[in-house]
Design a protein around this ligand. Structure first.
Ligand SMILES: Cc1cc2nc3c(=O)[nH]c(=O)nc-3n(C[C@H](O)[C@H](O)[C@H](O)COP(=O)(O)O)c2cc1C
Ligand code: SF4
Length: 553
């Protein structure tokens, strides 16, 4: 029996595993099916990857389908992000499928050249902090910005890549609630988030420390402060960073001791209701000079009604409101919270917007949305519902190389994006990934600009609630205005803001037009804008930094 000797070690190993399986009591499956039962655990461990690469269709996976991920990956590399042959979405049978209505004739013509607009400046249509006269009021340079994700949930190189990317793309990076770390100091402008644990601006007892906040603000290009009330994936829930993950760098950034679990409480200690929250907002704004806003998921509407009532008096108010949808992301949260608590973006945002608009406040507040809004179709719907800017979280992580393996809570992120493990983070090159993050932002802005122009307006903020309809399983469709009960003057900036943004956009963004009219054209003598597409093509060749392969049709 020649085969026994070489296979003996393997047979002994199998026998040992079988003996272990039969004797252990934790897993009934293994006691009943020794050795072969392990296949089930093996397949379960690799389930996401197997489904992703082998089983799932282009539009099946969640949170982001293969098509959506492919669009982000290609955009971040400035590769061809077009899709051939036509849609593979089941438009006719998908309830609430959004359809954007293009204009046949309009005052704006989109440039024909596919990449034109890639480098266009698409600033916010409202000036943040202007309504309340904050000394640090400013027009955000980008309608798309990086959402709150802390150093701790993301790795140092990932935070650095986003910060450098923000500088390249002219957008802001939100620090997340984990404080302002050295990785946030690479030139990108910041929105400083303050969570319930006051990380980075707290004293040794964990109490909020105003002087520390002012020092942090003065030490970096912080343009606004966001008070985090909740996030869509886990509203009303505190957080815990286990002692083992509290590195010296995280301890220094957050202002916490080493060797102890780091707990974020579920509620703020500096205020206990809407009234005292507004006092705190005004205190922070007065002491720092910066615009101050809140971030929240949407559940019970009492809070929003009280806030709008108190703001209607005019003495106190938030400068911006960030609404996070229940479909939003997190580093780690219990399943019941990610799946069930808080309203999805469209429903929650529309309720909050209406609450402000009914009291005439919608033109005085900058509205930001988050919750899978880093995809052009979702973002267009959000603008049509009245957001002024969108924040992107997980889509930006995809641009950094995330493969949606959904292991962010394990500290074993294979791409180095969401881990503190130095072996895994060394694979993420901040130089390269910063360019990818910036390319993704500029491509999304370009698509938003092109869709706006297809709808006949100069800027995404001018797409209103009549321009998008929700299909009812292919048989009828209703405009967002009707679905969400918006009044005619809602979901648009004020007349003055509209005028200002149109002036800015027509001065800076590349414009399209038609070919010169023939002698028999009906309005041949009419004034037409000069043909700009040829110029846009030249301009693109001058600025393009990556391969672009588009073909006709
Ligand atoms: C890894 C990770 C960390 C996050 N950390 C924070 C945070 O510190 N503060 C916060 O308000 N939201 C946090 N969020 C939520 C995001 O800012 C964002 O609101 C949410 O993911 C929805 O955007 P998205 O769908 O584009 O990811 C985090 C999300 C992720 C994925
Ligand atoms: S690749 Fe990393 S960041 Fe992306 S889902 Fe997996 S664990 Fe999370």
């Amino acid at each position: 029996m020649k085969w026994i000797r070489p296979t003996a070690p393997a047979l002994i190993a199998v026998a040992a595993v079988a003996a272990h399986d039969l004797l252990q009591r934790r897993h009934a499956l293994l006691r009943n099916f020794p050795v072969v039962g392990h296949a089930r655990y093996f397949i379960e461990a690799f389930g996401p990857e197997l489904r992703q690469y082998v089983v799932a269709g282009n539009d099946e996976e969640r949170p982001f389908s293969r098509d959506q991920r492919r669009w982000v990956y290609a955009s971040s590399k400035l590769e061809n992000n077009y899709f051939g042959f036509g849609t593979d979405n089941d438009i006719e049978h998908s309830p609430s499928y959004p359809i954007v209505k293009h204009a046949t004739f309009a005052r704006v013509a989109p440039p024909s050249s596919p990449p034109s607009g890639q480098q266009a400046w698409v600033p916010c249509a409202k000036v943040l902090g202007a309504a309340r006269g904050r000394p640090g009021a400013f027009r955000q340079g980008s309608v798309v910005n990086f959402s709150a994700m802390s150093f701790g949930s993301l790795s140092g190189p990932a935070i650095e890549a986003l910060n450098r990317g923000a500088a390249l793309a002219g957008c802001t990076q939100n620090t997340g609630e984990g404080g302002l770390s050295p990785h946030h100091r690479h030139g990108g402008e910041l929105v400083l988030q303050i969570g319930t644990a006051y990380f980075g601006c707290r004293d040794e007892q964990g109490r909020f420390d105003l002087e520390r906040l002012k020092d942090v603000v003065a030490s970096a290009p912080v343009r606004a402060i966001e008070i985090k009330l909740s996030q869509g994936a886990k509203p009303g829930l505190g957080g815990l960073l286990p002692a083992a993950k509290v590195s010296p760098e995280i301890a220094a950034t957050r202002g916490i001791p080493m060797g102890k679990d780091c707990v974020s409480p579920s509620r703020h200690a500096e205020f206990s209701d809407t009234d005292s929250m507004l006092d705190w907002v005004e205190l922070l704004a007065a002491e720092t000079g910066l615009p101050v806003g809140i971030k929240s998921a949407v559940g019970d509407m009492d809070f929003w009604c009280q806030l709008a009532e108190l703001m209607a008096g005019g003495e106190r108010g938030v400068d911006f409101v960030t609404i996070d949808g229940g479909e939003g992301g997190t580093g780690a949260a219990p399943l019941i919270f990610t799946d069930t608590i808080s309203l999805p973006f469209r429903v929650g945002f529309a309720r909050v917007y209406a609450t402000f608009a009914e009291r005439g406040l919608h033109e005085r507040v900058v509205f930001t949305g988050a919750g899978k809004l880093g995809l052009p179709d979702n973002a267009v719907v959000a603008f049509a519902l009245g957001v002024d800017t969108v924040n992107v979280g997980r889509e930006a992580m995809l641009a950094l190389g995330c493969i949606q393996s959904q292991k962010c809570h394990t500290d074993r992120c294979p791409t180095g994006v969401a881990t503190q493990n130095s072996w895994l983070t060394r694979g993420l090159d901040p130089d390269l990934k910063s360019v990818r993050a910036a390319n993704y932002i500029t491509t999304l802005r370009r698509d938003l600009l092109k869709v706006s122009e297809a709808c006949g307006v100069e800027h995404p903020g001018l797409i209103d609630a009549d321009a998008v309809e929700l299909l009812d399983a292919g048989t009828s469709a209703r405009p967002l205005r009707e679905v969400f009960g918006y009044r005619p003057d809602w979901a648009r900036p004020s007349a003055a803001d509209r005028e200002a943004i149109i002036a800015l956009m027509t001065a800076t963004a590349p414009r399209g037009s038609s070919a010169p009219p023939s002698a028999t054209a009906v309005d041949a003598g009419a004034d037409r804008p000069p043909t700009a597409d040829a110029a846009a093509g030249e301009w693109w060749r001058a600025v393009s930094v990556g391969p672009q392969r588009h073909s006709d049709g």
